[in-house]
Design a protein around this ligand. Structure first.
Ligand code: COA
Ligand code: MG
Length: 299
């Protein structure tokens, strides 16, 4: 079972050359080079040129390189998309996806331009319409022509559009996060939580990582290098979780258990659904270990 950890997904503004070079050495699982909201209209063309050359140059190691383009209906959207296709990042992140057509339309352009087969599409879910249509958007996933791999929550945009507040443990936002999460899971997609703006507040950030992890998120989008290490820690399976997973896998391999649906491990009922979960935990842990073997020791 090949797994790609997407615990820490760091945004870097496309016009910030220094931060882009720095990002290639950080322990983030994925880097989103942004052409959209973190780049001013005056810098859109410079950012595009720079982002494309950074992706072409490579040097991301095991990190995924993702390019967030501007919405197709803006003056920059189509040029961003064609430039992205030419640079062949691991994924193109489509902002403000509100209808399945936003994914399907982009996928058609990608197909017509004969994009590299490894380039996936990721979708930002960050509008009220996107939340309402999360199921239909996620349903684009099984069609390989759509290349859809991942949903990314845009919580700042959701707060803006809904007029809700982020306070009280994201009380207002949780139903939208959960709706997006089950829609994604129903069609086998990954889901990445929104950003935590107050990047100097370490304990608040960690608590929000835990909150997202509890909701079932695969990882969190980040805005600052200081957020990478705690995020990786929270979204990695713990040693106890991995040890327990291995015990379950081993127990089901015992000759007396191979035909059983339910067994007892250390006094607890364990079913075959737990075996599926255990195999996933073990595979994620192995993928994380494999990454740290090829990257620098601080990974
Ligand atoms: N990726 C890579 N490196 C980053 C970074 C990022 N997202 N944010 C900051 N850095 C680097 C800085 O360049 C600086 O490098 P240096 O020490 O080698 O000079 C170091 O990390 C410390 O940065 P700091 O001075 O604490 O922050 P800043 O004032 O330079 O930047 C922000 C603060 C918020 C403007 C910046 O972190 C940022 O642009 N984040 C991403 C925003 C974004 O993309 N938003 C869109 C999605 S919500
Ligand atoms: Mg947004």
């Amino acid at each position: 079972m090949a797994m790609r950890p997407r615990r820490s997904v760091l945004y870097v503004p496309g016009d910030n050359e220094h931060a882009l070079e720095k990002a290639k050495k950080l322990a983030a699982d994925s880097i989103i080079i942004d052409l959209e909201d973190s780049v001013s209209p005056a810098n859109k063309e410079i950012a595009r040129r720079h982002a494309i050359s950074v992706i072409r140059e490579g040097g991301f190691g095991t990190r995924e390189a993702v390019l967030r383009v501007n919405p197709i209906e803006t003056p920059w959207g189509m040029a961003d998309l064609h430039a992205a296709i030419g640079a062949a990042p691991d994924a193109i992140l489509i902002p403000k996806v509100s209808y399945p057509g936003d994914v399907i339309g982009t996928a058609k352009v990608v197909k017509a331009a004969e994009a590299a087969p490894n380039t996936r599409l990721w979708a930002m879910i960050e509008t009220p319409m996107g939340i309402i249509n999360a199921r239909e958007i996620a349903a684009c996933g099984p069609d390989p022509d759509n290349r859809l791999a991942c949903f990314v929550l845009g919580t700042n945009d959701l707060l803006k559009e809904s007029r809700a507040r982020s306070s009280n443990n994201r009380f207002a936002v949780v139903p939208w996060l959960a709706m997006t999460l089950v829609a994604a899971r129903a069609y086998g997609l990954d889901v990445i939580d929104g950003v935590y703006n107050d990047f100097k507040d370490d304990s608040g950030f960690r608590a929000e990582c835990e909150h997202g992890r509890t909701l079932g998120m695969d990882g969190k989008t980040l805005i600052h290098p200081s957020q990478v290490a705690p995020c990786n820690e929270v979204f990695s399976p713990t040693e106890d979780e991995v040890a327990w997973a291995r015990k379950i896998i081993k127990a089901f391999e015992e000759p007396e258990n191979v035909r059983k649906g339910v067994i007892t491990v250390e006094g607890k009922m364990v079913e075959r659904l737990h075996l599926v979960m255990a195999k996933r935990v073990a595979a994620i842990a192995e993928a994380i270990n494999a990454r740290s073997r090829v990257e620098e020791p601080w990974f």
